[in-house]
Design a protein around this ligand. Structure first.
Ligand SMILES: Nc1ncnc2c1ncn2[C@@H]1O[C@H](COP(=O)(O)OP(=O)(O)O)[C@@H](O)[C@H]1O
Ligand SMILES: [Mg+2]
Length: 239
């Protein structure tokens, strides 16, 4: 997977946080990464990355032909770039035009993450037309699992074959009775990794960085390596 759409039909499960975590780690390990905010109107990646003040253009400008693709992005750190979401929806944001816009970045980046919004509407659909694989995020509760399964179904209907599951905010104490194998079956996608509920991840929400060696970041690191094709074994099935 090179262009990865990060989805779930529900908000608050950690899609944007996951994109930022992957972006920072892969960039640190010499991969060139573009993060694309698909949440038209409710943008969040610029805040999470601490670059809100520096964002000038967004992918709406690119689709409309208002700027060149190199100008549309904001540099966040070495190897890490952001393509912000437009503030308003426009009829001009067709699947064909959006895909063409994203394809311009294929040769410059190793990974492109499309951070989908909650729900299964325009931002979600646009992200599916441009991606070659999906990561579906679910927290271990029933509502989120149902939403992830619903998103998964829609992803497959759209013809995307590669779908992987990340179980986020796993809390050993709270989720003692949760069987991860069951979550995998219910969502209907192979496991990519489990990320613990982590104070350090939570505290990074307004532009702060996650300490490299904390548990949460180590889980994200294992996932980033699996995405890069490394064979990283799953430690304990139920974490
Ligand atoms: N592994 C985690 N541990 C603790 N808090 C997390 C974790 N992942 C995400 N969060 C927190 O959950 C909230 C929602 O995350 P966010 O990435 O905005 O979700 P989404 O993009 O799916 O709406 C944020 O406050 C974020 O810091
Ligand atoms: Mg989000």
């Amino acid at each position: 997977m090179k262009v990865i759409s990060v989805v779930s039909a529900k908000g608050g499960v950690g899609k944007s946080t996951f994109c930022v975590g992957m972006g920072r780690l892969l960039a640190l390990h010499d991969k060139r990464v573009l993060l694309v905010d698909m949440d038209i109107g409710v943008r969040s990646l610029d805040i999470l990355l601490g670059v809100s003040e520096r964002v000038v253009y967004n992918w709406g400008d690119l689709v409309k032909g208002n700027c060149d693709f190199r100008k549309a992005v904001t540099e966040v750190a070495s190897n890490l770039y952001l393509l912000a979401a437009p503030i308003d929806f426009s009829e001009e944001y067709s699947e064909e035009k959006f895909k063409k816009a994203i394809n311009q970045y294929l040769k410059d980046f190793d990974y492109i993450f499309l951070d989908s919004p909650a729900g299964l509407e325009s931002g979600f659909k646009l992200s599916l037309c441009a991606c070659d694989g999906c990561v579906v995020i679910s927290t271990p509760d029933s509502i989120s699992i149902r939403a992830a399964s619903y998103a998964c179904e829609n992803v497959r209907k759209a013809g995307v074959e590669t779908v992987r599951l990340v179980v986020n905010k796993f809390n050993k104490k709270l989720h003692k009775k949760i069987n991860v194998d069951e979550v995998i079956d219910l969502v209907g996608a192979r496991l990519l990794g489990i990320v613990p509920e982590s104070y350090e991840i939570y505290s990074s929400a307004s532009g702060g960085k996650i300490p490299y060696d904390c548990k949460g970041n180590m889980a994200l690191l294992r996932i980033s390596k699996r995405l890069s094709g490394e064979n990283i074994p799953f430690r304990a099935k139920n974490l």
